[in-house]
Design a protein around this ligand. Structure first.
Ligand code: BDP
Length: 704
C-alpha cells in the first residue's frame, strides 16, 4: 500500500515537472481514472482499428494489455459488429436497427449471472466511435456500470474546412503554417496526419476539406492529386474522408479551355474527366466545396448563369461516385443592397433548382463570422434544398490565438435559434439535421484553427473550440457546459477545484469578448485587413464601402447602428413572423441585436433605464473587468497545471487583458466624439489617447 502511494506521488511529481506542450490534445489516457475499471479480457477482432485504438489507450493507462479471449468470462469487454456471433446472441436486433451507418451502442449486459460491457455497431466506423465514447467515459471518470447508450450523429457529414494554401500559409490561421506538407508529399508522410485523423475521429469528425475556399486551380493538377491521395490514405483508417475546394475557373486556368461556362459541353467534359481521375486515385473522395462569385472569385455568373447551373454541373460529374457539392452562400456585392440581405436574395429564388447531391453551405450569421450575429435568415428558408451550417473555429474576429474565447455558446446560439419556418420550435439545428426537411444530405462545417504549432491551435484553450465543433457536429443537442466539462477533464485534470472555475471562465468568455469588442449588436468595426484590433474610424480611399466599419456602425451625432427595419434596409422582412416584427420594433428587439437592426439615438433609454451610451460604456467596461477576473482565476490554478501550459496561458491572458482595454478605449473615445456624453464616472477612465490608438498599424497582411 505504501509503495502504491509512493509511486503515485512520484508519477504526480513527474507529470508536474515534465514539459507539457499540449500536443496530445484530448487524447490523454495516462491519468485516466482507471482505478475501478476491471475488464477481465477482450473479445474482439484485433484487426479492427476500433480495437487497436482501445488497446493503445488501455496501454497508456498503464494497464496490462487486455488479453483477447474467445470464452465468456465475467466482466468481459466485447467490441464487435453483429458479424460476430456473440453480438447476435447478446444484443437484440432492434437495438441495432435504429443505428445509422456510424451509430453505436454501449451496453452493460447481464447474462447468466455474468456481466459484460458491449460496444457494438453495424459498421467499423460506428465501432470506432463507440470505442472512443467508452474511452471518454473512462477519461472523465464516468461510471461504467449499467451502461445503456445508443448514439447516432446529428449530421452525416461533419467536416473541417482548412483555409490552407498550397504555399502552406493559412488564411486566417493563427497556429503557424499548414499541417499539409505539400512540398514533401507524396514521398514523405508526416506522422502528424495520423495524429490529426485520430484526434478528429475521437470527436466524430469524418471529413476534411484540405485547401482554402479561395482555391488555387493547381490543387486539381495531377501532381497535387497524387499528394491528396497520400493524405487520404492516412486519414481513411479513421473514417475521415478527404474533400477539396475547387476554383470554378479551373477548366480555363488549369485545363486551358476557352472559358469555364457551366453550359459549355467542353467544360462539362473537363470536369467529368477530372472527377473520374480523382476517383481513380481516391475511391472514397467526398466531393467539392465551392466559393463562387464571391469576393472576386470566378463563378457561373461570369457567364450569365446561376449558382444552380454551376453547382449542378459539378454535381452531375460527381453523382455516380457518390460525391457531393457544398456550394457556399457567402456572397455579397459592393454595389448591392445591405450586405446582410444578399445571401437570402441570391439563393432563396433558386430553391428546388439544385441536384440532390448539392448542399448549400451557409455561415451562421448573415454578414460574416462576427463576434455576435443573429442567425442567417436563409436557414429554414429553402425547403427543397439542404443547407449546412458553416461555423468559424479559427478566431478571425475573436482575437486570433491570443484570446481565450470558448465558441460553443456562440454556435449553440445559432443552432438553438428558432427560425419559425415550420412553426414554433423550428430551430436552425432542426432545419439542417433532417428533423424538419426530408434531406438526402445533412452536413456541417467548421473552419479549422489547426496549424503546425506543437499544440495545434496556438492557444491551448483554442483546442476546446476544435473539440466543441466536433462534439456539436456529432450531437447538436449537447450543452456548452457538458462539452466544456468533458474537455477540461480530458485535457487538464479532473480536480473539481480546477474544473469548476475554469469551466465558468470558458462559458462566459464569448459574452466577455462581445462586450469588450462589439456589444449591443455592433459589428465589423475591425481593423482593415487583418481584423485583429478595433478601427471604427477606418477609412481606406477607394475601398468597397461594405468592407469599412462606418458602413456598419453609422455613428453620427444622431446615434449609432444599422437600420435594418422596414423603414431602413428591410432586412428584418427576411425573417419569419413573429421574428420580423420582434426585430423591427426597437422595444422588442433583443438588446444584444439592438444596433444590428436599429439606428439608435445616444440618449435612447434601454430596459435598465440607462441610456444607450451609458449601456455601451458599461458593456465595454464589463468586458475588460471579466478578462481581469480570468487572469485571477487562472493564477489560482497554478498548482493544478503543468508549468508550461500554465505560463503560456497566463501570458496570453495578459495580452487579452491589454487588448480588451485597447478595444474599450478606442471604441468609447471614438464614439464619444458623436455621443458627446461623459463616460459614466463609476467606471475606469480610458488610459490611452485616441490619437495614439488611431496610429496603431499592425503589420499583419491580408486582402480586406
Ligand atoms: C471572410 C474572411 C476571408 C474569407 C471569407 C470567406 O475574411 O478571409 O475568404 O470570409 O469565408 O470572413 O470566404
Amino acid at each position: 500500500m505504501k509503495l502504491k502511494v509512493f509511486i503515485l506521488l512520484l508519477t504526480t511529481v513527474f507529470f508536474r515537472l515534465t514539459a507539457e506542450d499540449g500536443s496530445r490534445l484530448w487524447l490523454r489516457f495516462t491519468d485516466a481514472g482507471t482505478e475501478t475499471i476491471r475488464f477481465s479480457g477482450l473479445l474482439a477482432d484485433n484487426s479492427k482499428v476500433a480495437v487497436t485504438e482501445f488497446q493503445r489507450a488501455w496501454k497508456e493507462m498503464g494497464k496490462a494489455p487486455l488479453s483477447l479471449t474467445g470464452s465468456m468470462k465475467n466482466n468481459l469487454l466485447i467490441i464487435a459488429t453483429p458479424h460476430e456471433r456473440v453480438i447476435r446472441r447478446l444484443i437484440q436486433s432492434k437495438d441495432l436497427a435504429n443505428l445509422s451507418d456510424e451509430g453505436y451502442i454501449i451496453k452493460t449486459i447481464n447474462n447468466k449471472n455474468q456481466t459484460y460491457t458491449v460496444v457494438s455497431a453495424k459498421n467499423d466506423a460506428g465501432l470506432l466511435y463507440g470505442v472512443y465514447h467508452l474511452l471518454r467515459l473512462i477519461q472523465t471518470n464516468a461510471s461504467l456500470s449499467g451502461l445503456n447508450i445508443s448514439e447516432n450523429p446529428s449530421y452525416e457529414r461533419r467536416l473541417l474546412n482548412h483555409w490552407d494554401n498550397l504555399d502552406r500559409t493559412v488564411e486566417r490561421g493563427y497556429a503557424g503554417h499548414s499541417i499539409w506538407q505539400w512540398d514533401e508529399l507524396p514521398g514523405k508522410i508526416s506522422p502528424r496526419y495520423k495524429e490529426y485523423a485520430r484526434a478528429n475521429a475521437f470527436i466524430g469528425i469524418n471529413g476534411t476539406v484540405l485547401n482554402n475556399v479561395n482555391a488555387a486551380p493547381e490543387i486539381l493538377s495531377r501532381e497535387y492529386l497524387e499528394k491528396v491521395k497520400v493524405i487520404a490514405g492516412e486519414l481513411r483508417p479513421f473514417n475521415v474522408k478527404v474533400y477539396l475546394s475547387v476554383n470554378f475557373a479551373s477548366p480555363k486556368e488549369l485545363g486551358g479551355l476557352q472559358n469555364s461556362d457551366p453550359l459549355n459541353a467542353d467544360v462539362q467534359r473537363w470536369w467529368k474527366q477530372k472527377v473520374s481521375e480523382i476517383y481513380t486515385l481516391i475511391p472514397d473522395f467526398g466531393g467539392f466545396l465551392v466559393k463562387a462569385n464571391s469576393e472576386g472569385l470566378p463563378g457561373p455568373m461570369d457567364y450569365g448563369r446561376t449558382h444552380a447551373d454551376g453547382a449542378n454541373m459539378l454535381a452531375d460529374a460527381l453523382k455516380s461516385y457518390g460525391g457531393i457539392v457544398m456550394w457556399r452562400a457567402f456572397v455579397y456585392n459592393p454595389d448591392g443592397d445591405d450586405r446582410a440581405k444578399q445571401a437570402y436574395k441570391e439563393f432563396k429564388p433558386l430553391d428546388g433548382k439544385f441536384r440532390d447531391n448539392v448542399i448549400i453551405q451557409l455561415k451562421n450569421g448573415p454578414v460574416d463570422f462576427q463576434p455576435r450575429e443573429p442567425f442567417s435568415p436563409l436557414f429554414g428558408a429553402m425547403k427543397q434544398t439542404p443547407i449546412m451550417p458553416e461555423f468559424q473555429i479559427t478566431q478571425e474576429y475573436l482575437g486570433f490565438s491570443n484570446h481565450l474565447v470558448f465558441l460553443s455558446p456562440m454556435w449553440k446560439e445559432c443552432l438553438d435559434s428558432d427560425t419559425y419556418c415550420a412553426g414554433k420550435g423550428s430551430t436552425v439545428a432542426k432545419t439542417t439535421d433532417g428533423r424538419i426537411f426530408d434531406q438526402k444530405i445533412t452536413a456541417i462545417a467548421g473552419v479549422s484553427n489547426i496549424g503546425e504549432d506543437i499544440n495545434w491551435t496556438g492557444h491551448h484553450f483554442a483546442q476546446a473550440n476544435w473539440y466543441a465543433f466536433g462534439r456539436l457536429a456529432w450531437n447538436n443537442a449537447l450543452t456548452s457546459e457538458q462539452i466544456a466539462d468533458e474537455w477540461i477533464r480530458m485535457t487538464f485534470t479532473k480536480d473539481q477545484e480546477f474544473v469548476e472555475p475554469v469551466k465558468k471562465m470558458m462559458l462566459t468568455s464569448h459574452q466577455t469578448a462581445v462586450d469588450y469588442m462589439m456589444p449591443l449588436g455592433l459589428h465589423h468595426i475591425f481593423a482593415w485587413g487583418h481584423h485583429y484590433g478595433p478601427e471604427p474610424w477606418c477609412d481606406v480611399p477607394g475601398a468597397r464601402p461594405d468592407w469599412l466599419p462606418k458602413y456598419y456602425h453609422n455613428a453620427s451625432e444622431n446615434g449609432i447602428g444599422f437600420d435594418r427595419t422596414t423603414s431602413g434596409s428591410d432586412a428584418v422582412s427576411q425573417y419569419n413572423s413573429p421574428l420580423r416584427e420582434e426585430f423591427n420594433d426597437i422595444k422588442t428587439c433583443p438588446e444584444e441585436f439592438l444596433l444590428w437592426f436599429h439606428h439608435v439615438a445616444w440618449d435612447y433609454r434601454m430596459n435598465n433605464g440607462k441610456t444607450l451610451w451609458n449601456n455601451m460604456c458599461y458593456a465595454y467596461d464589463s468586458g475588460v473587468n471579466k478578462v481581469r477576473e480570468y487572469q485571477k482565476v487562472w493564477d489560482r490554478m497554478e498548482d493544478y497545471v503543468d508549468k508550461e501550459r500554465f505560463v503560456h496561458i497566463q501570458s496570453r491572458l495578459r495580452i487579452q487583458s491589454r487588448d480588451a482595454v485597447w478595444w474599450k478605449d478606442a471604441c468609447l473615445l471614438y464614439f464619444q466624439q458623436f455621443s458627446r456624453e461623459p463616460i459614466p464616472y463609476d467606471i475606469e477612465r480610458p488610459v490611452y489617447d485616441l490619437e495614439d490608438l488611431m496610429k496603431i498599424k499592425l503589420d499583419l497582411k491580408h486582402h480586406n
